[in-house]
Design a protein around this ligand. Structure first.
Ligand code: EPU
Length: 432
């Protein structure tokens, strides 16, 4: 059982290089299934979600070859339409992308209901609505989502909910459909645009990604490509909050500053200094911050994936802050953990009210999901004393070499592997 042990209170300095975007690459890798030729994907982050997707592709019969640490070649020509089982699908939300991509290529898909972070109810009704509009029939049987279609025919789809996953699945299935598909109320997140750019680089005909309306004219075949994944907006944002919380001066490189603007705006509002360069931002923490209001919104609003990390910064900002989560039902599970560190936060429904305290104190805490884990790291680095963060496998799903990157900035962080006390007890009992 691995945990992070962090001694907080140190000022950090130096540079950190941001890796490829998790939420883009987890769509791009399954999308290679639509290609008729091998594809090379560059700027691959070394995170466990990527490892799992590559395993799924490999188990389906694709030829997966790491060219170097950040570049993979995927030859999907030998891939068979094998069901994506529960053991893999339960590990991440992005397993749902095999629905769109297998449907696009084989007109048939069998994928266990997707897992991922527990953020409240996460239905897939909009994904299914989209597949049905393109001509597929579906059923859910024994936890398996089954899709079949004789042919896929372009259609006009209006999403009732603005959904990243449904937009990406819709684009992938429609890429190989006959005729024109128009997706309205589409998600505009940078990773949606990256997926569309990736498919276009293989010969797809997708316009409007990044706006509310995306038009996809189906094509018969897609050729191979070499494509570099965009930098991770949320990893960059997380390091921005690390700099803010620890009152440090950090240069964050390999970013698209435009993608960071909603985060930059909030940090500047509370008193953090942010300098923008072409592909980097420098974040200079101040001594005192003021409380503020944060409301998560689809892009270009403040990202829900940065809500916990921003809340961690606000725990020590002067006065009251109000954080409203408008995307997910239950994204405040980290609050109990921050309270263990001395934060003064009350939650009512989708609103958290934070009364700033002078300083957090280290404590044993548990990452309840990926960004919750990131928020605890932000809090621990600024807290007095030692914090132990358990369940860090959540963090490793989405952050490449987090502890090494932080250590290079001067943080006192170690990854410690200690025996699971419950498992040890179990083994001891069996021995008796
Ligand atoms: N929703 C529905 N029906 C659907 C789909 C979504 O009601 O069919 C609802 C969801 O319950 C939620 C809202 O719509 O309330 C938005 O969900 P969305 O589909 O946009 O989220 P997602 O595709 O499941 C992706 C990211 C999340 C990120 C959200 C929002 C990936 C793999 N995951 O999830 O990332 O929070 O978009 O931006 O891209 C993370 O990286 O930590 C993470 C959770």
């Amino acid at each position: 059982m691995e945990k992070y042990v962090i001694r907080g209170g140190k000022k950090l300095s130096g540079e950190v290089v941001i890796s490829g975007a998790k939420n883009a690459v987890v769509a791009i890798l399954p999308a290679t299934i639509l290609s008729d030729e091998p594809c090379i994907v560059e700027n691959l982050p070394n995170i466990s979600d990527v490892t799992i997707i590559l395993q799924i592709l490999s188990e389906m019969g694709a030829k997966v070859r790491m060219i170097n640490k950040t570049t993979v070649e995927i030859d999907p020509r030998t891939l068979q339409n094998v069901p994506v089982p529960y053991e893999k699908a339960k590990l991440m939300r992005a397993s749902s992308y095999f629905l769109g991509t297998l449907l696009g290529r084989f007109h048939e898909a069998h994928v266990s209901m997707p897992g991922g972070c527990n953020l409240g109810d996460r239905p897939i009704d909009q994904h299914l609505k989209c597949f049905a509009a393109l001509g597929a029939t579906y059923n859910i049987d024994g936890g398996m989502v089954n899709l079949t279609a004789d042919t896929l025919i372009g259609n006009q789809i209006f999403f009732d909910k603005n959904s990243v996953g449904a937009t990406i699945n819709g684009i992938m299935a429609a890429t190989k459909a006959d005729g024109l598909t128009i997706i309205e109320n589409a998600a505009k997140e940078p990773h949606v645009v990256d997926l569309a750019n990736f498919l276009n680089s293989m010969g797809a005909d997708i316009i409007g990604a990044g706006t509310d309306v995306i038009k996809i004219r189906g094509v018969k075949s897609l050729h191979g490509t070499t494509y570099s994944v965009i930098p991770d907006q949320i990893e960059a944002g997380t390091f921005m909050t690390v700099a803010a919380a620890t009152r440090s001066n950090i240069l964050i490189r390999n970013v698209i500053p435009k993608h960071l603007e909603p985060i930059t705006r909030k940090l500047v509002k509370i008193g953090v200094q942010v300098e923008q360069y072409d592909d980097a931002v420098r974040v200079i923490g101040g001594e005192d911050y003021t409380g503020t209001t944060v409301k998560t919104q689809p892009h270009p609003g403040f990202p829900t994936d940065m809500q916990p990390q921003m809340a961690a910064v606000l725990t020590c900002s002067k006065g009251a802050s109000m954080v409203t989560e408008s995307i997910f039902d239950n994204r405040f599970r980290y609050v109990d953990e921050l309270r263990r560190m001395g934060a003064n936060i009350s939650v009512e429904g989708r609103v958290a009210v934070i009364e700033g305290v002078e300083r957090l104190k280290g404590a044993p805490v548990k990452a309840t999901d990926l960004r919750a884990g990131a928020a605890l790291i932000v809090a621990a680095l600024s807290a007095e004393g030692v914090t132990e963060i358990y369940d860090i496998f959540h963090v490793e799903r989405g952050y490449e070499n987090m502890e090494e990157k932080l250590r290079a900035l001067g943080a006192d962080i170690r990854k410690v592997d200690e025996p699971d006390p419950v498992a040890a007890e179990h083994t001891a009992r069996k021995a008796i």
